[in-house]
Each structure stands twice: as structure tokens, then as C-alpha cells.
Design a protein around this ligand. Structure first.
Ligand code: URA
Length: 265
């Protein structure tokens, strides 16, 4: 009886702890044994102190090797093909988000497409599959562009889409990448756009808007063509936002028609 009561109490406590973790954004089990990361941080400082070159980057992303943005810029500049760029991004170790990700999510679609769609960052499905926009928001994105005759699977540049994200690694709990993370990935985004050389860029959400213009406020910016990296750029609301706010689909439809008109020239 006593044992049964204990088991039941343990079970309830474990369930409550699990619910709390899910609430805090944890959505995957990555180990059977809990790790006290505060203790690890102290140990890492002790070990790393004499050999500063090996030190783990701190919260502000400073590294002994130098400025992460400068490192990213050099790596991106050295890439002369998309395969090079994919490799350079997969080898870039100065973004903390990489540590928690299963895959470096590079791109999907046809690199010859007239339209490049720039999203924010992979979610759970994208991280597992290694392709951008394959979850619910991605399905909506496909439907939206299909409505104006564009598809990531089209072999014809005229009707194709090329899709990538500012951040190739899934942030924990699907939080937005912060300003420092966006800044260090921007050289890769710039290189990605110069290598694919699309005719127009569609930015979906605040993260790509910030990466290309330095400002946020997608709800104000959406629908107004502007220029980024010497190319026409159309800001649109993110499909995940449209899933949460179906009434905003009306404006998104207007934006898609504006894109279609632009492509018809
Ligand atoms: N949201 C994004 O911005 N990109 C993805 O790849 C998936 C969801």
C-alpha cells in the first residue's frame, strides 16, 4: 500500500515536471540523465582558462578567434557555389543554436527560380527533415504560392520557387533568433542571394526583414515593395502568423497578387 502510494506520487510528480518542461518550450528528450549545466559551465571555465583558443563562446557570442560576423563574412565570401556555401554554413561553429539542432537546414526548391523566399528559422519538422518549410506553415506556404502558379518542385525557373531561411538551425522552443544571431548569419544570406541571383526576394516575417533591412515591424512593412541587396523585395507576413490569424490571409492574398503582377511585368 505504502509502495503503491509512493509510486503514484512519483508518477504524478514526474508528469507535473514533464508538463512544466513542455510549457517552458522543451519538446524533445535528449538524454536519460539530467545535466546540471550551471556546474558544466564552471567546469568548462576551469578547463578552458589556460588555453583561451579552446574557450566556449560566451553569451554575447564573442570568440577568441574574433568577431563571429567577420568569420562568417570570410567563410561566405570563400563560397563560389551553393554546395560550397552549404558546406561553409554546416562548418560554421560560432552560432550557439547549432549545438541544439539535428540538421543544418540549407534550402529547398529550384536555385534558378525567379523568386527567392526567405524565412526565419527551422521548426521541429524542418530540423528533423533538414528541409525548410515542411511543417504546417510550410504546407500553407506551398498552397499560397501554388495559388499564383509557383512551386518549389517546378523544374521551370518561370514557375519555380527557391526557399531558404536566415537561420539554418532550429532555435530552442522555436524562439526568434536574436539580433546577434541574425547579424552573424547575414553574410551567409547575402552570399546565398548573390549565388542564386533571383529576380525578386520575398521575406516572410520579422527575422528576414531585420536581416535584410535592419528593421522589424512586418505588419507595417508587408505589401510594400522595397529594395534589398539591389533587388526588389516584398515583405509578407509569415505563414505561421496566418495560421494563428486567418483574417490576415486577405492581405497576404493581396501581396501574392502584387508579386504575380510584378513577375508578369
Ligand atoms: N518557419 C520558417 O520561417 N522557416 C521554416 O523553415 C519553417 C518555419
Amino acid at each position: 500500500m505504502g509502495i503503491a502510494a509512493d509510486i503514484s506520487a512519483d508518477w504524478r510528480a514526474a508528469l507535473a515536471a514533464l508538463a512544466w518542461q513542455v510549457e517552458a518550450g522543451a519538446d524533445e528528450a535528449c538524454g536519460d540523465v539530467p545535466v546540471n549545466r550551471y556546474e558544466l559551465a564552471v567546469e568548462a571555465t576551469k578547463v578552458a582558462a589556460p588555453a583561451r583558443e579552446q574557450a566556449v563562446p560566451d553569451a554575447a557570442h564573442a570568440t577568441p578567434a574574433g568577431d563571429p560576423v567577420a568569420v562568417a563574412r570570410a567563410a561566405a565570401a570563400a563560397a563560389t557555389t551553393l554546395d560550397d556555401l552549404r558546406e561553409a554554413m554546416a562548418a560554421f561553429d560560432l552560432c550557439e543554436l547549432k549545438r541544439g539542432a539535428r540538421n543544418t537546414v540549407f534550402s529547398d526548391g529550384n536555385p534558378a527560380a525567379r523568386v527567392l523566399v526567405l524565412g526565419e528559422a527551422p521548426g521541429r519538422e524542418e530540423d528533423l527533415e533538414g528541409r525548410p518549410f515542411v511543417g504546417r506553415a510550410g504546407q500553407l506556404l506551398d498552397q499560397m504560392f501554388a495559388a499564383i502558379g509557383l512551386s518549389r518542385t517546378s523544374p521551370d525557373a518561370e514557375t519555380a520557387l527557391y526557399i531558404t531561411n536566415v537561420m539554418p538551425w532550429r532555435p530552442p522552443g522555436n524562439r526568434d533568433p536574436d539580433a546577434a544571431e541574425i547579424a552573424m548569419m547575414r553574410p551567409f544570406v547575402e552570399r546565398h542571394i548573390s549565388l542564386t541571383d533571383p529576380e525578386v526576394i520575398v521575406v516572410m516575417g520579422n527575422t528576414p526583414l531585420e536581416a535584410l533591412t535592419g528593421t522589424r515591424g512586418i505588419l507595417r512593412a508587408r505589401g510594400t515593395w522595397t529594395e534589398a541587396l539591389g533587388k526588389p523585395m516584398l515583405p509578407m507576413t509569415h505563414p505561421a502568423y496566418l495560421l494563428r490569424n486567418p483574417a490576415a490571409k486577405r492581405e497576404a492574398w493581396a501581396d501574392l497578387l502584387s508579386l504575380q503582377a510584378r513577375l508578369r511585368g
